[in-house]
Design a binder for this molecule. Sequence first.
Ligand code: NDP
Ligand SMILES: O=C(O)C1=N[C@H](C(=O)O)C[C@H](O)C1
Length: 275
Amino acid sequence: MTTTTPIAVHGAAGRMGQAILRTMIGRGDVALVAALVRSGSDLEGQPLAATLGSRAPAIVCTSSLPADLTPAVLIDFSVAAAFDHALGLALERRIAFVSGTTGLSAKQQAALDGAAASIAVLWSANFSLGVALLSRLVAEAARSLPDWDCEIAEAHHSRKQDAPSGTALALGREAASARDRDFDAVARLSHVGVNAARTPGSIGFAVTRAGDIVGEHTVTFATLGERIELVHRATDRDIFARGAIVAARWIAGRPHGRYALADVLAGRNGPAIGA
Ligand SMILES: NC(=O)C1=CN([C@@H]2O[C@H](COP(=O)(O)OP(=O)(O)OC[C@H]3O[C@@H](n4cnc5c(N)ncnc54)[C@H](OP(=O)(O)O)[C@@H]3O)[C@@H](O)[C@H]2O)C=CC1
Ligand SMILES: O=C(O)C1=N[C@H](C(=O)O)C[C@H](O)C1
C-alpha cells in the first residue's frame, strides 16, 4: 500500500511553487496540506482553486503555517531573501526540508548544514534527472581532460533573479572538485572588462537572460583543435517539480542529516526521478 506524504510548499505563488502544486493534484502518494505565500501576496487568503482549478485541494493560501498542521516535508522554492524564514520554520516545527532555491549565500549553505543536526534537509540547485547525469559527465570530462579549458554558459528566462544560475555554479564546483581544485580560486564569474587572455585552469561563466527560457546549461571543454560541449535544455518546469516531489517522498521520515539528490537517485529505499 502506498503511504501518503503530507507536504507544505513555501513559495507557492511562484512559477515553481505553482508547478509543484499542479503536479501534486490528483496524486495519492502526496497530499498538499499548506500553500505558503509571501505576506501581502495577492494569493494570500485565496483558495487554491482560484489559480489551479476545481480539482485543487480545498485549502487557502496562507503566509504562515497553521499551528495544527504537521506536514512531513516542507518544500521551498522561493527567493534567497525568504529562504532563512523557510528553513527556520522547518527547524522550529521539526519538518524535513527540501529546497531548490538558488542564489544562496555561503552563510545560508552553512545554515543548511547546521539544520541537518536536527532535521533531514536536502537542497539541490537542480531537480532534473538530466542535470544529475550531466553533473556526472562533467566530472568525468574534467578529470579525464585536466588541461582543457572549461567554460560554462547558462540561459534562463528574463525574470530570473540570480546569476550565474545555481546549476551553473554547481556544475563548476563539480568540475573543480574533479580536478582537485578549489572552486573559489578558479571560478571566473565574468570575463567582461577583463582585457587579458584566459587564465589557464580557470572555469569561466557566461549568462543569458531572455524571454521564457526554462533553463539551459552548456559545459564546454576545449583545447587546441577540438572541443566537447555537454548540453542540457529544460523545456518544461514540471521536470523540476516532479524531482522535488520524489525527493520529498524520499526524505519523509528519514533521520536528521544533510542529503543530496544523488542519494535519492542512488535509490536508497526510494523511487528514482526517472521512474
Ligand atoms: N532547484 C531547481 O530544480 C530549480 C530551482 N529554481 C529556483 O527556485 C526559486 C524560485 O523560482 P521561480 O518559481 O521561478 O521564482 P518566482 O519568482 O516565480 O517565485 C518565487 C516566489 O517566492 C515568493 N516569496 C518571496 N518571499 C516570500 C516569503 N517571505 N514567503 C513565501 N513566499 C515568498 C514570491 O512571492 P511574490 O510573487 O508574492 O513576490 C514568489 O512567488 C529560484 O531561486 C530559482 O532559481 C527554479 C527552478 C528549478
Ligand atoms: O530560476 C530558474 O528558472 C531555474 N533555476 C535553477 C538554477 O538557478 O540553476 C534551476 C533551473 O535551471 C531553473
